[in-house]
Design a protein around this ligand. Structure first.
Ligand SMILES: *[C@@H]1O[C@H](CO)[C@@H](O)[C@H](O)[C@H]1NC(C)=O
Ligand SMILES: *[C@@H]1O[C@H](CO)[C@@H](O)[C@H](O)[C@H]1NC(C)=O
Ligand SMILES: *[C@@H]1O[C@H](CO)[C@@H](O)[C@H](O)[C@H]1NC(C)=O
Ligand SMILES: *[C@@H]1O[C@H](CO)[C@@H](O)[C@H](O)[C@H]1NC(C)=O
Ligand SMILES: *[C@@H]1O[C@H](CO)[C@@H](O)[C@H](O)[C@H]1NC(C)=O
Ligand SMILES: *[C@@H]1O[C@H](CO)[C@@H](O)[C@H](O)[C@H]1NC(C)=O
Ligand SMILES: *[C@@H]1O[C@H](CO)[C@@H](O)[C@H](O)[C@H]1NC(C)=O
Ligand SMILES: *[C@@H]1O[C@H](CO)[C@@H](O)[C@H](O)[C@H]1NC(C)=O
Ligand SMILES: *[C@@H]1O[C@H](CO)[C@@H](O)[C@H](O)[C@H]1NC(C)=O
Ligand SMILES: *[C@@H]1O[C@H](CO)[C@@H](O)[C@H](O)[C@H]1NC(C)=O
Ligand SMILES: *[C@@H]1O[C@H](CO)[C@@H](O)[C@H](O)[C@H]1NC(C)=O
Ligand SMILES: *[C@@H]1O[C@H](CO)[C@@H](O)[C@H](O)[C@H]1NC(C)=O
Ligand SMILES: [Cu+2]
Length: 579
């Protein structure tokens, strides 16, 4: 273990990353053992929860159309679940994973087989634990090889670049960090380092040996699969002296565009092409760097994780001997500043669907229903005899339409399937209960206390649904990455300030809007997403900043069964965990 980057290179070489078109679907089986593993970073050895002892976890690679069966055995005395982030789970909501939404957790010593088929999706997704903050270390790539050739395959010479997964390292147990935050009502402690594939890199103490280094060959173009698994931060990413060509987001092809850097929110994935077009001097290594896109006034860890691109046949550095690399590591000049909202906006404005003959953009042109919901922070009075660490001695929560989501005692999907409506209600408000200048300088603060509950809304099968996500300036305007389970959506519009229902829809992009599963809603602004509800079941909608989900920035929607048998939710599997 003294040379973890060599291990990564080996893993990279072993992963057969060629898109293998397959004509028939098969069943792919995997075994996940959730277990503790002692990991040393920043000179601290800490036990972290892992899958199969790996941090980050193993890559799952399947072909479009495959049936996938992943048997998860929980070998620790804590609850857990695994979510296959972005996999649509058509009719198989039982395999989606969010704890108490589609399943009860897998208890210590218990086993559950996630069984689903990957239909009409291809590209880079990922998997992660969906219980407490366990996804900090329980996560990995989920790659779906396409049936048809990759649309940009003429430009790519190598698929042998390992997935790049951004994460956060805590010197402390993350579940304790969450519990402490909930107990005292203040903001959470920040992580101690950002990581690339679990490695912080030489800008952190004791971490020179824990640095991601990838060798590339001059002249070749590589496909990079980039995943943001960080808990609480949007990130900028850039590689010195190289541009990136974006070709896919959240496993949907885009019209390619070239950029100096990317912004990637937790939950999102981005595939880019990278051409090794530099003429390095004999010892050069090109820095790749990721650091937060800061939109919050709360304390963040503003540090930077770096790794290196090394051209084949250049002299190796003294990295192997852990001696400092000279000259000192200069951050890429193309890495945006941490508050560069202008760059984040321009980058997301550049994203569109590919909209080709093979991959048409299926955005609903009309809608049956519009739901408008605020997203943002809230404050609650401190319970009697407690001290709270939130603003003005109160406690922080977060909400959608002034409702803070509480996880029920048995999963909503089970309740829904068995027609039990006592553990949740279907009356999530479809408009903000208080109308005010959401993004004004000093929004009114009366009536801002949230109501706690397990509220979702319900739509018939086949609804053309629009959801407008409206950030608020209450306490702190912030970029919230909102993730929808069970469906992709189209981001038809976004803007700063307040959504205007009479003016903004006229400016929607109904031709080639970006299609994804997680939208980074602009700070102090809004985003409108459209969904065709063709997947019966119960689907979680939540902020992918883990602290905000803990504070209740979540709801869900039920898609009722359609008329035909193939439009109905399948029955629950026999090994579904009990509460
Ligand atoms: C981790 O290290 C501790 C202390 O050395 C040891 O007690 C424990 O058994 C180790 N755990 C694992 C999973 O290796
Ligand atoms: C997986 O799901 C398929 C299709 O629903 C079903 O036929 C099969 O029996 C299931 N297998 C397991 C191991 O649950
Ligand atoms: C959070 O940080 C504070 C101050 O550094 C420290 O006292 C506390 O133990 C930390 N809590 C956790 C759970 O890491
Ligand atoms: C951020 O990370 C650096 C490097 O590990 C650490 O020294 C610093 O204390 C961290 N900051 C916070 C606010 O935790
Ligand atoms: C990379 O670009 C910087 C300017 O941004 C330049 O100073 C440096 O020499 C370049 N490095 C290489 C190896 O070409
Ligand atoms: C990061 O935060 C620390 C402490 O809050 C501050 O001293 C430092 O200047 C910040 N660094 C950057 C690059 O913003
Ligand atoms: C790298 O070095 C090897 C062995 O010296 C040589 O065969 C190969 O052509 C070189 N490759 C490049 C890209 O220069
Ligand atoms: C957006 O796309 C344009 C046109 O391809 C490009 O010039 C620009 O650099 C891109 N900007 C960002 C931030 O991606
Ligand atoms: C608060 O503390 C006081 C004094 O210890 C005690 O009398 C009272 O019952 C407590 N109230 C609650 C709600 O716990
Ligand atoms: C739930 O109610 C629906 C409609 O009334 C019915 O068709 C279905 O069989 C019920 N499901 C169960 C598990 O009782
Ligand atoms: C909301 O507040 C902002 C900032 O004060 C102001 O520019 C804007 O006009 C206000 N919008 C409405 C609808 O009142
Ligand atoms: C695990 O989940 C079960 C079912 O919800 C619950 O009864 C139990 O208390 C949980 N155990 C732990 C250790 O959190
Ligand atoms: Cu959020």
């Amino acid at each position: 273990m003294e040379c973890s980057y060599c291990q990564l290179l080996l893993i990279a070489a072993l992963i057969l990353a060629f898109p293998v078109p397959s004509s028939s679907s098969t069943t792919k089986r995997f075994h996940f053992s959730v277990e503790w593993k002692n990991v040393t970073r920043l000179c601290q050895t800490r036990r972290v929860l892992t899958v199969n002892g790996k941090y980050p976890g193993p890559t799952i690679a399947v072909n479009e159309g495959d049936n996938v069966q992943i048997t998860v055995t929980n070998n620790v005395p804590r609850n857990t679940t695994i979510h296959w982030h972005g996999v649509r789970q058509l009719r198989t909501g039982w395999a989606d994973g969010p704890a108490y939404v589609t399943q009860c957790p897998i208890g210590g010593g218990k086993t559950y087989t996630y069984n689903f088929t990957v239909l009409d999706q291809r590209g880079t997704l990922w998997w992660h634990a969906h219980f407490s903050w366990q996804r900090a270390s329980i996560h990995g790539a989920f790659i779906i090889y396409p049936r048809k050739p990759f649309p940009f395959s003429n430009s790519v010479q190598s698929y042998n670049f390992p997935p790049i997964i951004f994460g956060e390292w805590w010197n402390r147990d993350v579940e304790r960090v969450e519990n402490e935050m909930m107990l005292y009502g203040g903001g959470p402690n920040s992580s101690d380092a950002y990581t690339i594939n679990g490695l912080p890199g030489p800008l952190y103490p004791c971490s020179t040996k824990d640095t991601f280094i990838q060798t590339i060959e001059s002249g070749k173009t590589y496909l990079l699969r980039i995943i943001n698994a960080a808990l609480n931060e949007e990130l900028f990413f850039a590689i010195a002296n190289h541009t990136l060509t974006v070709v896919e987001i959240d496993a949907v092809y885009t019209k390619p565009f070239t950029t100096s850097a990317i912004m990637i929110a937790p939950g999102q994935t981005t595939n880019v092409l990278l051409t090794a077009d530099q003429v390095p001097d004999s010892t050069a290594m090109f820095v790749m760097a990721a650091r937060p896109y800061l939109t919050s006034v709360f304390p963040f860890n503003n540090s930077t994780t770096i790794g290196f691109l090394k051209y084949k046949n250049t002299t190796t550095t003294n990295f192997e001997t852990n001696k400092p690399l000279l000259p000192s590591y200069t951050l890429p000049s193309n890495l945006p500043a941490m508050k560069d909202t202008r760059f984040a906006t321009q980058f997301s404005d550049n994203l569109t669907s590919l909209g080709s003959k093979d991959y048409p953009c299926r955005v609903p042109k009309t809608i049956d229903k519009r739901v408008i919901t605020t997203i943002g922070l809230s404050l609650q009075d401190c319970p009697v005899n407690q001290t709270c660490q939130g603003y003005q001695g109160k406690r922080f929560y977060a909400s959608m339409n002034n409702r803070s989501f509480i996880r029920p005692s048995i999963s909503i999907l089970q309740s829904h399937y068995h027609n039990l409506t006592t553990t949740f209600s279907s009356n999530f408000p479809e408009n903000p209960p208080h109308v005010f200048n959401y993004t004004g300088v000093d929004p009114v603060t009366e009536n801002m206390n949230t109501e706690f509950g397990t509220k979702v809304f319900e739509v018939p099968f086949g609804t053309k649904l629009e959801i407008v996500l409206q950030d608020t300036n209450f306490l702190n305007p912030e970029n919230h990455p909102i993730h929808v389970h069970g469906h992709n959506f189209f981001i038809v519009g976004k803007g700063l300030g307040n959504f205007n229902a009479s003016k903004d829809p006229q400016k929607y992009n109904l031709v080639d809007p970006p299609e994804r599963n997680t939208v980074a809603v602009p700070m102090g602004g809004w985003a409108a997403i459209r969904i065709y509800t063709d997947n019966p079941g119960v689907w979680f909608i939540h902020c992918h900043l883990e602290e905000h989900t803990s504070w209740g920035l979540a709801t869900g929607f039920i898609v009722k069964n359609g008329k035909e048998p193939f439009q109905c939710l399948l029955p629950p599997p026999s090994d579904l965990p009990h509460c």
